[in-house]
Design a protein around this ligand. Structure first.
Ligand code: PLP
Length: 518
């Protein structure tokens, strides 16, 4: 090492760090990573910064000359870490928590160091075959039958895109070859999903050239589950009008409320009409790792494709999404393009080349981190943690239910509690728009005040038209201390809110939507 901290390879070298310097640098980074993990509870979950305030901290021009690693890592500590939303913080309870376990981070580091690109078998024999092994391990863990094969992709969004592309091929549209424009031989394609389905289904329709108009948002029942009778009616109406039903998407664990579509009934409808059934279990699918909780999923084994995201509730650093299907040939038909430069000439044995099954060619070796993760936790360790998160959610739900000033806005099938503050004396006439608007404002103010404490981070949704605070468990580091804390914070800040629209109207401006924050 030179006195200016630069490595000789940076000055006049044509290659990378030598082995000794590489080792030293990695040890330094290992300390950095462990220090960050240790410091998390002392950091605010959401960095207290305004949009646009971070970029100016960095030079506008790129560095012409090399800089010492120590300087770069110093800036990382100073400029990067404090401005990161702390997804690994024990108080992170927003969206669906993605906590990066130590095993997952170790898997990521190993992935990067092994530098695999898994598009052909020969570009990564281990990448291709370990992916098959890991997919099979998950299939068994989730209790799905042997007919399910699949692969690991980056996100659920891509998994759903793949499913709908394969569904088009399975429906005989031959869109991969002929496209869809100006095709008089195919009626307008239709995809069905509940009004609560994730926006990635809309996006998949947009990207596939079906357009958002092709997506029928089927109404839901009181508990925000797709209504099979409405689905049946929508399909019948489309068939009568000469349209072309292609696929149904059922969601097991919707994003806003975690509602569960009645999968067995939906599977029966898909089978009756010969439609591809895609199951979006991106968040909740991991619950099927617990045999005693599989009842909720009964019927999903009849799906053509299923997605489950380890990067949501399985402690896997973003990204890794499991795409399971009984119909790999249709997936291949949707995506296979093999120019000469991708042909494998030196093998007599047929190989599975994963790049033929995905929209992108280049693929990370995500199976490696899942392999490390599955082995480190074991299915038993994963089950124990998932069960605990479900317990945490039910514990909070119980407290909400017995507090006269709060109410729950949805059942808790998994690990998310949907709630709002509603003062006891405020008898809500559901037709009273003023009261509902008041509650919307106060609950938004409540969530913002709680978030400003930096101790926890919550997110929101709108259920039945009402502003809803979501408290999502599933973070590896959330202990029962944070469980008690989030409830204490909600109650403490709710106590500072004006309790009626009339009181709010007479309160000074600053106090109208409550106070709070540090
Ligand atoms: N499906 C559901 C039910 C989701 O909740 C989400 C994201 O939260 C997605 C799909 C999209 O996930 P991804 O970010 O992996 O594309």
């Amino acid at each position: 090492m030179r006195s200016d901290g630069l490595d000789p390879a940076q000055i006049d070298g044509l290659e990378d760090l030598d082995a000794a310097s590489y080792r030293r640098a990695l040890h330094e980074v290992a300390d950095l990573i462990a220090d960050y993990a240790e410091s998390l509870p002392d950091r605010p979950v959401l960095p207290p910064v305004e949009p646009g305030s971070i970029a100016p901290l960095f030079p506008a021009r790129p560095p012409e000359d090399p800089e010492p690693l120590d300087t770069i890592l110093g800036d990382y500590r100073r400029l990067v870490e404090p401005h990161a939303t702390a997804w690994n913080h024990p108080g992170f309870m927003a969206y669906f928590p993605t906590s990066s376990s130590a095993a997952g981070v170790i898997g990521e580091l190993l992935m990067a160091s092994l530098a695999q690109n898994t598009f052909l078998w020969r570009t990564s024999p281990i990448g291709t075959e370990l992916e098959t092994v890991v997919v099979s391990w998950f299939r068994q863990g989730l209790g799905l039958p042997e007919g399910f094969d699949g692969l690991v992709t980056d996100t659920a969004s891509i998994g759903s895109l793949m499913a709908l592309a394969a569904a088009r091929e399975a429906a005989g549209l031959d869109a991969a070859q002929r496209g869809l424009p100006a095709r008089s031989d195919v009626g307008e394609p239709r995809v069905y999903a509940s009004a609560e389905a994730h926006s990635s289904i809309d996006k998949a329709c947009m990207i596939l050239g079906l357009g958002r108009d092709s997506l029928v948002h089927v109404p839901t029942d009181d508990e925000l589950r797709l209504r099979p009778d409405a689905l049946d009616a929508a399909i019948a109406e489309d068939l009568a009008a000469g349209r072309r039903p292609v696929a149904i998407v059922a969601t097991l664990g919707t994003t806003a409320s975690t509602s569960v579509d009645p999968i067995a009934d939906i599977a029966a409808i898909a089978e009756r009409h010969g439609l591809w059934l895609h199951v979006d279990a991106a968040y909740a699918g991991v619950v099927a790792l617990l045999p005693e909780r599989r009842e909720t999923f009964r019927g999903w084994e009849r799906a053509d494709s299923i997605i489950v995201n380890p990067h949501k509730w399985l402690f896997t650093p973003f990204d890794a999404s499991l795409f399971l299907t009984r119909r790999m040939p249709q997936v291949r038909a949707a995506f296979s393009v093999v120019p000469e430069y991708l042909r494998t000439l030196d093998r007599a044995t047929p190989t599975r080349d994963m790049g033929e099954y995905t929209p992108q060619l280049g693929r990370r070796f995500r199976a490696l981190k899942l392999w490390v993760l599955l082995r480190w936790f074991g299915l038993a360790g994963l089950r124990r943690r998932i069960e605990h998160h479900i317990w945490q959610a039910h514990e909070l739900a119980g407290w909400v239910d017995t507090d006269p000033d709060f109410e729950r806005l949805a059942p808790v099938p998994f690990s998310v509690v949907c709630l709002r503050w509603r003062p006891a004396e405020l008898v809500v006439d559901t037709g009273d728009a003023d009261v509902e608007a008041f509650l919307d404002r106060q609950n938004q103010a409540l969530m913002e005040a709680v978030n400003r404490t930096g101790e926890v981070l919550l997110s929101h949704a709108r259920l039945h038209g009402r502003f809803t605070i979501r408290v999502a468990f599933g973070n590896l580091r959330t202990t029962d201390r944070e469980l008690a804390q989030v409830w204490a914070l909600l109650r403490e800040h709710a106590a500072r809110l004006q309790r009626t629209p009339a009181a709010a109207a007479h309160a000074p401006v600053a106090a109208r939507a409550g106070t709070g924050g540090r």
